[in-house]
Design a protein around this ligand. Structure first.
Ligand code: 5GP
Length: 239
């Protein structure tokens, strides 16, 4: 497998074609962004930590029956993935109220959400990723109703698996964002699962151990991601 030209570049990752038209290389960069790209900084080793973190979580989810685009690690900060047709949709699952939910609805920060709350957002930085529902998705042709149902079901199935996975590491999975795409007619989990796209709080102290450390200038961003990885039993290689 040969790495060919760059296809797209996002705020934290770039995608490259490979000699296999069905596969891409996903490169995790050190670039870190928040507030739809308004705050940007490069954080040493973030690409490596997130690539290897993502590989671990994607493999864990696959072992529990959630199929993903991840194939294998290629290097410290690169993974081989299946090339999907992506939906322009972000799927968010919340176990506790925080972030945009509290701002939008005036809900108390930290409120336990039982059952967990599921929300769709349109992936559009210029519009600030607005909240949407099934009807927007169907009317504007972003996905079929069946595909929207499947994204919701898979997101909530992943939640059952991941809540316990993080609990073992004494962490509360507060919320997270997933993205999906289609490969050979099948819905697969895509993009990434890293502390960049979820919120994790220490179970005892409620210390924030995710990208809120960057968003809120709390410091030790990558050191904290490393601590989460260590608690989960990952062995991240930085050389
Ligand atoms: P909120 O809606 O509160 O901003 O975010 C809910 C959850 O989804 C958080 O864990 C947040 O990190 C994640 N999330 C939502 N939108 C994005 C996004 O555009 N990029 C990333 N990396 N995470 C997001």
């Amino acid at each position: 497998m040969e790495k060919l030209s760059q296809i797209t570049t996002g705020k934290a990752k770039s995608l490259f074609a490979t000699s296999n038209p069905e596969h891409l290389i996903m490169e995790f960069r050190d670039d870190t962004s928040a507030f739809d790209g308004k705050k940007m900084e490069a954080l040493d080793n973030k690409g490596k930590v997130n690539n290897q973190f993502n590989a671990f979580v994607m493999e864990f989810l696959a072992s529990k029956g959630i199929e993903t685009h991840f194939i294998e690690l290629v290097s410290g900060n690169e993974s081989l993935v299946r090339k999907l047709e992506m939906f322009p949709i972000e799927c968010v699952v919340r176990n506790r109220a925080t972030g945009s939910l509290c701002k939008r609805l005036g809900i108390e920060d930290g409120l336990i959400l039982d059952p967990p709350l599921f929300e769709f957002f349109l992936k559009d930085d210029a519009l600030g990723d607005p909240l949407i529902n099934d009807h927007h998705i169907e009317s504007f042709g972003w996905a079929s109703q069946e595909q929207a149902d499947s994204m919701r079901e898979l997101s909530l199935k992943a939640n059952n698996i991941l809540v316990d996975f993080f609990k073992e590491a004494n962490l509360i999975l507060v919320d997270y964002k997933l993205e999906f795409g289609i490969f050979n007619g099948k819905m697969l989990l895509a993009d990434e699962f890293t502390p960049d796209g979820c919120r994790l709080w220490d179970k005892d102290t409620l210390t924030k151990m995710d990208k809120d450390r960057f968003r809120q200038d709390l410091g030790n961003v990558i050191e904290t991601y490393g601590e989460v990885a260590e608690r989960l039993g990952m062995q991240i290689k930085l050389d």
